[in-house]
Design a protein around this ligand. Structure first.
Ligand code: PMP
Length: 379
C-alpha cells in the first residue's frame, strides 16, 4: 500500500502517546488538556439523556449544518453577529474542514508558536507550509506578522487569542485591534480558535477578534472544555459563503454530527443552572491554578519561572535553560506525565525548548504536592 506524502509526513502527537503512558498505575498526569471529571455537568443533562430514547426522530439522519435547535441557541448567544454556524465534531473537525476548504499544497499558514499541534497537523495534511510566528507575554510579534504578510502570500493566520494552548496567554485589546487591522490591510483570513475563552477566572471578557474583522474571520468554539469532550461537539461561524462550502465538505466527510450529542449540548446550554455551572468551573479551575502555582513556587523556587495566567487550563513552565524533553522523560520515570515544550512545534522546526506544559484543570489537588515533588526530582 502506498501512503500519500502528506499522510506520511504527519507527526505522531506526543500528547496522545503520553496520555496512554499517563494511564499506567501510580502515574500522576498533568499532561492532558482535560476538564476535571468531578466538574463535568452530568447532572444538568441527566434528564435530557434519559429522555433521548423517547424521541425516535433524534436517531434518524439529520442536517449537515447541525441540529436546528442547537443552531438557534448559538444564534441567540450572539445576537450581534449575523454570521451562520456549522456544528462540527469538536473544533478539531472545524480545523480539518477549513484546511480542506481553503488550502492548496504549498499555501502558507502563519501560526503562533508554540502552537496547538492538532491545528498544525490539520494544515499539514493539506500540504500547507507553516510560518512560525514568535510570541511572548506581550503577545504575538506584530512586526514579524506584518513582515510575513508583506513578503509572502499568506493564506491563513491561525491564532488562539484567549488562554492559548500551551502558553495560557491572552491577547490584549490593543493586539486584537492591531491584528484585525493587519489582516484587513493584507486581506488575510484569520482563524480565531477559542475553546478556552469561557474559562476566564475573573475580570472582563475582551472582544473577540472576529467582532473586529467579521468579513474574513472564521471563529471556532468548542463544548469540550465547558461541557463534555467525549461528546465531540464544537462549532464554527464565518462568512456565509465559506460556511456553505464547509457544510458541503462536511457532508462529504461524515454527513453530519451525531444528533443525540447535539441534543445533549443544546439542553446543557439552555439549562437554567448552566450559568452557575460556568461559575463553578471558573472558580474550581482558579483555585486549582492557585494551588499548583503556590506549590511550584514553594518546592521549585528559583529553578522555574512562569507568567501568571488569568484562565484556561495550562501553566507554561520555564525550566530556565534545562531541556523540557529531558525533564519530561525523567518525570515519566518518576511517574509524572507532563508535556515537553518541543511537542508544540512542527517536528522539523522544533527548537531545543526549555519549557514543559502543566495542566491544572484535571489534576487532583490532593496529588499536586506529590506531583511537584516528582518534578523536583526530575529537575
Ligand atoms: N483548539 C485548541 C487550541 C485546543 O487546545 C483543542 C483541544 N485541546 C482543540 C482546538 C480541539 O478541541 P475539540 O475538538 O475537543 O473541540
Amino acid at each position: 500500500m502506498k501512503f500519500s506524502t502528506h499522510a506520511q509526513s504527519l507527526q505522531a502527537s506526543y500528547i496522545r502517546e503520553i496520555l496512554s503512558a499517563a494511564s499506567q498505575p501510580e502515574m500522576i498526569s498533568m499532561a492532558g488538556g482535560l476538564p476535571a471529571a468531578s466538574l463535568l455537568p452530568v447532572e444538568l443533562v441527566r434528564v435530557a439523556c434519559a429522555s433521548l430514547a423517547d424521541n425516535r426522530q433524534l436517531f434518524q439522519y439529520g442536517n449537515s449544518r447541525g441540529y436546528q435547535p442547537l443552531l438557534e441557541t448559538l444564534e441567540r448567544w450572539q445576537p450581534e453577529s449575523t454570521q451562520p454556524w456549522l456544528i462540527c465534531n469538536g473544533s478539531q473537525q472545524a480545523l480539518d474542514l477549513i484546511a480542506r476548504a481553503l488550502l492548496e499544497p504549498g499555501d502558507h499558514v502563519v501560526a503562533e508558536v508554540p502552537a496547538y499541534l492538532g491545528a498544525l497537523q490539520a494544515f499539514q495534511l493539506s500540504g500547507a507550509a507553516l510560518l512560525p510566528l514568535l510570541s511572548s507575554a506581550a503577545g504575538p510579534d506584530l512586526n514579524q506578522l506584518e513582515h510575513y504578510f508583506k513578503t509572502t502570500a499568506v493564506k491563513l493566520f491561525y491564532a488562539v487569542p484567549d488562554f492559548h494552548n500551551p502558553t495560557g496567554r491572552v491577547w490584549s485589546a490593543e493586539t486584537r485591534i492591531a491584528v484585525a487591522g493587519l489582516c484587513r490591510h493584507y486581506g488575510v483570513t484569520l482563524i480565531e480558535d477559542s475553546p478556552y475563552r469561557q474559562l476566564r477566572f475573573s475580570g472582563a471578557q475582551l472582544s473577540t477578534v472576529s467582532e473586529l474583522y467579521p468579513e474574513q474571520t472564521i471563529r471556532l468554539i468548542s463544548f469540550s472544555k465547558t461541557g463534555f469532550p467525549g461528546l465531540r461537539v464544537g462549532a464554527m461561524s464565518g462568512p456565509a459563503e465559506f460556511i456553505a462550502l464547509a457544510e458541503r465538505i462536511k457532508q462529504a466527510t461524515d454527513l453530519h454530527t451525531g444528533i443525540p450529542q447535539q441534543v445533549i449540548i443544546d439542553r446543557l446550554l439552555n439549562h437554567p443552572e448552566y450559568p452557575k455551572h460556568l461559575v463553578q468551573l471558573r472558580q474550581g479551575y482558579h483555585s486549582r491554578y492557585q494551588h499548583l502555582s503556590a506549590e511550584l513556587h514553594r518546592q521549585l523556587g528559583a529553578q522555574i519561572e512562569f507568567d501568571p495566567v488569568e484562565g484556561g487550563m495550562f501553566i507554561w513552565l520555564s525550566l530556565k535553560g534545562k531541556s523540557g524533553a529531558q525533564v519530561a522523560a525523567r518525570a515519566l520515570a518518576h511517574k509524572l506525565a507532563v508535556v515537553p515544550g518541543s511537542a508544540f512545534y512542527e517536528q522539523e522546526a522544533a527548537p531545543e525548548d526549555c519549557h514543559i506544559r502543566l495542566n491544572f484543570s484535571n489534576t487532583d489537588t490532593t496529588l499536586v504536592e506529590e506531583a511537584i515533588t516528582r518534578l523536583a526530582k526530575s529537575l
